[in-house]
Design a protein around this ligand. Structure first.
Ligand SMILES: [Zn+2]
Length: 407
């Protein structure tokens, strides 16, 4: 049975980790930065040496192709990182894909379809969330490009120009869906489930949808010394009651995997001797089932209004963003499970609570994702890690899934 070479994959992962390496472990390799562009140049050389045909599209997505004609089966991930991130998030999916194509080419395995490795640009969203795959899927809003900025204020247009790209041309990366047969991505889980259950391979069912709302409770800014407790209209206490009640509601009435978070809380006027007149919460909810997500969203809004009314306060609910869940294709999920069975590896079907490029690819083709266990569930931090054995297993499942998709 065909297998990838772990020493070669390990060598590539170690080599890529040098670009943007921190003094300690981990990497800082944001999209379009000098470290990222050096990594891209290195990747293009590796693709060429592996006998692939390299190319870069107007959105900065980097491809290495094996075989001719369309439609092509795409596999990859990203080589950018968050600040002080780990060496596997994204890099594993790109370099394991490269190793799979190298293995297939060397074995002379017959291909009925072309295969290509891809590294999507700015997956981590320094300038725009999932930028490269969004452009490829034809979902990039050209009018927004001039206004896209990094948290430090730098404009995307300037960052891309520095790297030799014209940002305004990025929408031209949009692919004809008929040219793509399937998309497959290997990624670390970035959570604790596979490790806790002792299962080596996760088969991603879909990527969760996300709702973000701003909930603002409006009370009265009374004197905190002279106003009797019973007469106060304390916006903070309403917000606090709501946060606890909403959490309980999502846990009890969600799918069992639904999650919610209150990541930002603002209390005004924000001084010790005035009763809080205004409390704003930023709430996020994530869930794989779009109907459950929509219902939880409506029920939480009703809950906020009920709490405000009972306390004699006003409440305003503002929608910040809504992302619908992206289902991975049943055929690709089946191919991953069959490949894992051939390799005698147990699998677990699971949602992805984090966003991935596969959610954009799912709009134009049959998309699928393979997860491997993350040590301690840690990710987006320098000590992110997976066992080499786990990496080898994941890459071999990627290899045999690809073989099923091209045969
Ligand atoms: Zn990633």
């Amino acid at each position: 049975m065909l297998k990838i070479s772990l020493p070669r994959l390990r060598r590539d992962l170690t080599a890529l980790a040098r670009f943007g390496s921190n003094p300690g472990p981990g990497v800082t390799r944001p999209a379009w930065s000098p470290a990222h562009e050096e990594a891209r140049a290195w990747l293009l050389v590796q693709m060429k040496e592996a006998g692939l045909e390299p190319s870069v599209d107007p959105a900065g997505n980097t491809f290495g192709r094996l075989g001719d004609g369309e439609p092509v089966v795409l596999t990859g991930s990203h080589i950018d990182s968050v600040p002080e991130g780990g060496t596997l998030d994204g890099a594993l999916g790109v370099l394991a894909a490269l190793e799979c194509l190298r293995t297939i080419r060397e074995a002379g395995a017959p291909l009925t379809r072309a295969l290509a490795v891809v590294a999507w640009s700015d997956e981590e969203g320094r300038y725009g969330s999932l930028f490269g795959s969004r452009a490829f899927a034809g979902q990039l809003d050209a009018a927004k490009i001039p206004g896209m900025r990094a948290p430090d204020g730098e404009r995307l247009v300037e960052a891309m120009a520095r790297a030799g790209f014209n940002a305004l041309e990025a929408p031209r990366a949009a692919a004809d869906p008929r040219g793509v047969a399937a998309y497959l991505e290997l990624h670390i889980e970035q959570g604790p489930h596979l490790e806790a259950k002792g299962i080596p391979i996760g088969v991603v069912e879909g990527i969760v949808g996300i709702r973000r709302n701003r909930i603002v409770f409006q009370g009265e800014p009374d004197h905190a010394g002279t106003t009797p407790m019973a007469r106060r209209k304390d916006a903070f206490l309403a917000a606090a009651e709501y946060a606890l009640a909403a959490r309980q509601h999502v846990v009890r009435r969600g799918s069992g995997r639904s999650v919610t978070n209150f990541g930002v809380v603002e209390v005004k006027p924000g001084v010790t001797n005035i009763v809080p007149a205004r409390a704003a919460l930023l709430q996020e909810m994530r869930e794989l089932d779009g109907r459950i997500l929509g219902r939880l969203d409506r029920e939480c809004a009703a809950l906020a209004r009920r709490i405000a009314r009972r306390r004699g306060l006003g409440v305003a609910i503002e929608r910040i963003s809504r992302n619908e869940p992206a289902r991975m294709h049943p055929e690709v999920q089946g191919a991953i499970e069959a490949a894992a069975a051939d390799l005698r590896l147990r699998t677990l079907r699971m949602p992805s609570g984090a966003g991935h490029d596969a959610q954009n690819l799912a709009r134009i083709t049959k998309a699928g994702m393979i997860f491997i266990p993350s040590k301690g569930g840690r990710s987006h931090r320098p000590d992110e890690a997976s066992d080499w054995r786990a990496i080898e297993r994941g890459a071999n499942v990627l290899l045999h899934t690809l073989l099923k998709l091209v045969s």
